[in-house]
Design a protein around this ligand. Structure first.
Ligand code: NDP
Ligand code: GDR
Length: 361
């Protein structure tokens, strides 16, 4: 059983004084789980902030085998009083703000909620730190989506922002307000501008995991086709385990500073899907023209991958590639897992789970 931490006034707890205390918001998400694992290995005491729901999703922490080692604390980005209570009670050394409405597509449907959670959520935490204890270090999960459209060069910390969704705009606010609280109040506040990072713990709505989980379901006979939006969108995809290491190193830096984390390579959705299908054991043949391009399975002649316009966004980002030189120079960080190995890790995990009859969540 995991431990639940009651943030009601009057609750008393005793901590091992030697351990650093970290509060991780978004503990139930991909990065929250991997970061918690890393910090536990570095002898931290972890408070994992989750938002209340009728059925809490703890599968990632369970899969990493760390659920019992984390104190779970109820936390809502929209509720300043709750954020203040949690921070006062825990008085952490470090806060990692990973919680967000993180799906770009949803931000076109829920732009106001996305802004409340991602932009004002970050500000609520910063303002609470300012009021309660300015020595608490703060990490903000900024995003390569802030750069937006059309720059073929590798993007770095000095590149211009041109956000193309409410999600990206909300992240620009979170990024800039983090810089402002650092400059105005001397808080150790920094942002990681992270390019896409994936893993077997990625949510199934994001395109990489959608591809690997759906192909595994097709192979198991539970689904027929994989439907995608823009095959030609390109992303700089890295491995989440490498990226949380970079996040932690930023927080151990001598001075608070913002860094890009990226692999420096860009690949298309079609490349990801083709390699994933081959790794899964399918023999793909691509047919048709750009508007109606589809892939069949050479053996069964059935359509395996096809387009569906519902997965297109009103404004998308077609190409993103990052330059993490600064993080390498200052933090000694560089990604270990490259594109093809990442695809393999994700395919093999989903294939294994699917063969065991597990629901791919
Ligand atoms: P996930 O979508 O996997 O996790 C998001 C987390 O935020 C979940 O734990 C979710 O809880 C929580 N959350 C959502 N809304 C609220 C709220 N109102 N109050 C409290 N918690 C909330 O994201 P990732 O782990 O992939 O990403 C972590 C962060 O990094 C996000 O801020 C994301 O925007 C950013 N980022 C991610 C990148 C990536 O490639 N993964 C790249 C760049 C930035 P629940 O489980 O209940 O939904
Ligand atoms: P992204 O990730 O928007 O980059 O945001 P996502 O995997 O959703 O999309 C990547 C690209 O693939 C295209 N695409 C599809 N996307 C999805 N989800 N489903 C499809 O069927 C599909 N077909 C094509 C998209 O249009 C897009 O161009 C992720 C999130 O983790 C953010 O929180 C984070 O900030 C950024 O990465 C960096």
């Amino acid at each position: 059983m995991c431990r639940w931490f009651d943030s009601a006034p009057g609750h008393i707890f005793i901590l091992d004084m030697k351990k650093k205390i970290a509060l991780i918001t978004g503990i139930t998400g991909q990065d929250g789980a991997y970061l918690a694992n890393l910090l536990l290995n570095n002898n931290y005491k972890i408070f994992g902030a989750y938002r209340r729901s009728s059925s809490l999703n703890l599968w990632r922490l369970e899969e990493l085998g760390i659920l019992d080692s984390i104190e779970l604390v109820s936390f809502e980005l929209l509720e300043k009083s709750n954020i203040e209570r949690v921070i006062k009670l825990i008085n952490p050394d470090e806060i990692y703000n990973l919680a967000a409405q993180s799906y770009v597509g949803t931000s076109f449907e829920n732009p106001i909620y996305t802004t409340q959670a991602n932009a004002l959520g970050a500000l609520r935490i910063l303002e609470s730190i300012r009021m309660i204890n300015k020595n608490i270090k703060f990490y903000q999960a900024s995003s390569s989506e802030m750069f937006g459209e059309g720059i073929p060069q590798k993007l770095n910390e000095k590149s211009m922002f041109h956000p193309r969704s409410a999600y990206a705009v909300s992240k620009v606010f979170g990024h800039q307000i983090t810089i402002n609280y650092r400059e105005a109040y001397g808080i150790f506040a920094c942002s990681g501008i992270l390019f896409n990072h994936e893993s077997p713990l990625r949510g199934t709505e994001f395109v990489t995991r959608k591809i690997t989980s759906t192909l595994a379901e097709i192979q198991a006979g539970r689904k027929k086709t994989l439907e995608l939006g823009d095959y030609y969108a390109k992303r700089d995809w890295g491995y989440a385990v490498d990226f949380v290491e970079g996040i932690w190193r930023m927080m151990q830096n001598d001075k608070p500073k913002d860094y890009v984390l990226a692999t420096g390579e860009a690949h298309s959705v079609k490349e990801f899907a083709t390699i994933a299908a081959r790794t899964m054991g399918f023999d793909l043949i691509w047919k048709g023209k750009k508007t109606n391009e589809y892939a069949i399975d050479k053996n069964t002649k059935k359509v395996l991958i096809k387009k569906n316009s519902k997965f297109y966004r009103p404004s998308d980002v077609s190409f993103l590639r990052g330059d993490a030189k600064e993080a390498k120079k200052d933090l000694g960080w560089k990604p270990k897992v490259k594109f093809k190995e990442l695809v393999k890790i994700m395919v093999e995990s989903d294939k294994k789970k699917s063969l065991k009859g597990k629901i791919l969540q």
